[in-house]
Write a protein that binds this ligand. Sequence first.
Ligand code: GLN
Length: 539
Amino acid sequence: MSGATRPPEELVRLPGHAMATALHAREVSSRELTEAHLAVAERQNPALNAWLTLDRDGALAAADEADRRLAAAGSEAGAAGTAGAPGIGDLHPLFGLPVALKDLVSMAGGQCTAGSRILSGYVAPYDAHITERLRALGAVILGKTNMDEFAMGSSTEHSAFGPTANPWALGRVPGGSSGGSATAVAAYHAPFSIGTDTGGSIRQPAALTGIVGLKPTYGRVSRYGIVAFASSLDQIGPFGRDVRDAAALLHAVAGRDARDSTSAPIPVPDELLALPDDEKAAGSLRGKRLGLPREYFVAGMEPGVEARVREAVAALEAAGATVEEVSLPHTDYGLATYYIVAPAEASANLARYDGIRYGPRRGEGDTLGNYLRTRGEGFGAEVKRRIMLGTYALSAGYYDAYYLKAQKVRTLIKADFDTLFDAGFDALVAPTSPTVAFPFGARMADPVSMYLSDACTLPVNMAGLPGLSIPCGLSDGLPVGLQLIGPAWSELELFRLGRGYEAITADADWRRLEPAELVLADDPATPSPMERVAAGAAR
Ligand code: GLN
């Protein structure tokens, strides 16, 4: 195998689809790919804190199994190999390739902390649906990534296990709550990772770390085995460094699962694995009708972010798309209603962490005393804030005024989108985040300023729609994300549009840039994110 002739640094920089091609051509083994990624991840994790666990043994065992299956595989699609093994062409593009899971996805026998002290020491007794799917198609799960506690946050600073650093600037956040998964992919620790998005937690960190992230339509991916935050909003979705890789990971995990009654019996298109090449993708933008919602250019948006988004819009127009300014009049209520509905559902979902069924129990007093102490010590400040907000909004006398009212406004938010898609718009184009990555500590003292990070993503969750974030350049040397929002079940169309944008910007200078502080992340003398935050607090 010639894989040994390629240095690990080069292997990990290949797109996932190129890794698959090399693997199928037997130019590299799954073990070589896995070793290369583990080496980079282990070396850089002290500086980045992207991973809560790296499962070296489990990953190498899965890689060896993939290599055995590959050796037995027939040489073509449909052509069975020895002992009825499938042909190489029948293997899923994720076969034998490394994947990272956010630490709220259950993996039998492994930890699943959801970023919380209250779940430290808990061992998941079963696999989540998506874990089963990934294992069955032969993917190599490298480990579990850092996140805001119970996915509440926009910076990964609310993790009980310390923040994650952004590889573009180690003193800045990678976004959140799926910041560990985003950093792992941006820093070449894995070509693929899984996040969850309740109000923006895939798209916003994708934007802030310069990668691709998709929040699928509500119901596209089974939530079985995922730690719940707000059940009517949570969706699992993919990160990748390019559109093709993100689409392949969605294909791997999407589809109906009887164990999640909200997962939809809607076919998952195989075209997700056959996105067009540059020429076709660029051509397909011609005649697309895109809406530019004026409310998404919110107050507080950084001029550099607005400039990149408007340049992207101009590029799409130059490629033959028509872009019309449109209005989503209820956008302003997105934040207020989200912060009623999400905490209300969270307060119910988090009631199960009582020190009896999960994790460590604190205190030796009466049942109520143990309960209060376990929850008092187990949950962080942001989670407690949400439980209080949610419990209040659901309490007798306030339910109608808050929760019920918020659900009604939610219907209006969804109707705004429906009106535009019914009028024939193929998709909406918007910024993903109003700002680039911000410094550690910048929004920790003011919860509302943290909540505003998701002003452009929350309404999409409220409406249950799919949203894709793709990189569209840099502002002040930091990545900016372009958001494409489509009607329900339009993921394939969004990925095609994203591919089109990739194609027309394939020669842009910024596409050749790497996260600027990866070199520092390699240096063992570089402080950890925890040390940086402590030093900042001491100042
Ligand atoms: N930042 C939002 C929140 O804190 C969204 C988080 C998410 O999508 N999980 O609730």
